[in-house]
Design a protein around this ligand. Structure first.
Ligand code: HAM
Length: 410
């Protein structure tokens, strides 16, 4: 019996693989410009890392983690996100000992056992970045600008929503007030939110169910619970964003699904890909490094879902045109092999037609590869332009290379 892929997992190939690479490469170029350094993090971590960072009561930890015992009896998890690992590495590798501040970026697969739907998978991929050691709202503004730069370079439009969650102490007071409020309206909430009132009242605020939205319309607002300096910080950030010409919407319901955030949170959202419209998200987490055993270190970061970005890209920008090299008969195989090598050395995208057969079958294959030019290798090699149908004869195969170079490289 044929074996199928596991539910929620995907093969990314063909044009989708091109889009995937285009996104990662574009993001890398932007990270590079902002002077971020790459960190390649493990896919498996001690499960307690996520419990202590993402939060015991979050959906991710409660319902979505791939947890298992390895052969040595360790309780490990496939990482559901990258921030916790980045923080662990920051502490474990003693990066803080160098002083100053640190800017890291990463890319790769994340795993969450969610209900699969368009834009939501059980294995998905993120590009993300984290900054350790700065508390100035300058860094919040710069990070948001960097995400915007990536989206702009990909040609993706998304609206930016921001909010502030303040510090843990005021948030706790706010959560108590919110809980009191929600208890009164509990009967009108959806079943999931009924349990959230106790465990995670903030999440009730961003529930998508209409009745929950309505019953929280007059709920207390976090900004009424924050001390002056947290508000000032938020005001400063908004000022910086305006100065950078970045439009944003303040959304007091934006609370995020991970517990580690403090002060700034933000999401870039689009309506174009259905319910799973958040393409990039992040915020500040000034207490997390300390919570995980490191020295007090303010930090912030973001991650974007590559699959969601893929859904928003029509086409990757044009690549170099393909030339297919066809030895007319086996006796020209060696010449064709050498010619193809030379073309690749000169930077040309080249397919040496590897399969023997009739010329007709070879041309069929060349078409399937998307050949823009075909070189027929024989005594007198010929170059065919597949778009115009024009055919030219050359003295030697090398002569063709000079002519082709100008036509295929973009
Ligand atoms: P997150 O909001 O959980 O944040 O995920 C970030 C992005 O990953 C989402 O906005 C979405 O684009 C994508 N994503 C999440 N789950 C899925 C899924 N099941 N299928 C497809 N795409 C998905 C974080 O992960 C934080 N670590 C972000 C961060 C970094 N905060 C501070 N630093």
């Amino acid at each position: 019996m044929e074996i199928k892929k596991v539910r929620g997992f995907q093969d990314i190939y063909g044009d989708n693989a091109k889009k995937y690479r285009f996104i990662v490469e574009t993001a890398r170029e932007v990270f590079e410009k902002y002077n971020f350094q790459e960190i390649i993090l493990p896919y498996v971590e001690d499960v307690s890392l996520f419990i202590r960072s993402v939060g015991e009561m979050t959906d991710i930890v409660q319902k979505e983690m791939y947890v298992f015992e390895d052969r040595g009896g360790r309780r490990v998890a496939l990482r559901p996100e990258g921030t916790a690992s980045a923080v662990r590495a920051f502490i474990e590798e003693r990066m803080y000992a160098k002083g100053g501040y640190h800017k890291l970026f990463y890319e790769g697969a994340m795993f969450r056992y969610e209900r699969p739907q368009a834009g939501r998978y059980r294995q998905f991929h993120q590009i993300g970045a984290e900054i350790f050691g700065v508390d100035s709202p300058l860094s919040d503004a710069e990070l948001i600008k960097m995400v915007k730069d990536i989206l702009d370079r990909l040609g993706i439009e998304a609206r930016l929503e921001i909010n502030t969650l303040g510090d843990f102490e005021s948030r706790k007071r706010y959560m108590d007030a919110l809980r009191e409020y929600l208890k009164k309206t509990k009967d009108t909430l959806c079943d999931i939110c009924k349990t959230r009132v106790k465990t995670n009242p903030l999440r009730v605020l961003d529930c998508k169910v209409e009745q929950c939205k309505q019953s929280t319309e007059d709920a207390p607002k976090i900004t009424d619970f924050l001390p002056e300096e947290r508000i000032e910080r938020y005001v400063k950030l908004k000022e910086y964003l305006k100065a950078l010409g970045i439009d944003f919407i303040e959304n007091p319901r934006l609370v995020r699904g991970l517990d580690y955030y403090t002060d700034t949170v933000f999401e870039f959202i689009t309506e174009k890909i259905g319910a799973q419209g958040t393409v990039a998200a992040g915020g500040r987490y000034d207490k997390l490094v300390e919570q995980l055993g490191g020295p007090p270190t303010p930090a912030l970061g973001f991650a974007a879902g590559i699959e969601r970005l893929m859904l928003l890209i029509d086409k990757v920008p044009s690549e170099n045109l393909l030339t297919v090299v066809i030895p007319l008969t086996d006796e020209f195989n060696l010449t064709a092999l050498k010619l193809s090598s030379l073309m690749r050395e000169r930077g040309m995208k080249t397919e040496l037609l590897l399969k023997a057969g009739s010329l007709k079958s070879k041309m069929k294959l060349a078409n399937r590869f998307g050949a823009r030019f075909v070189v027929f290798v024989s005594e007198r090699p010929e170059l065919k332009d597949m778009e115009t149908g024009e055919q030219e004869v050359f003295e030697t195969a090398e002569d063709i290379v000079d002519v082709l170079e100008k036509r295929v490289l973009v």
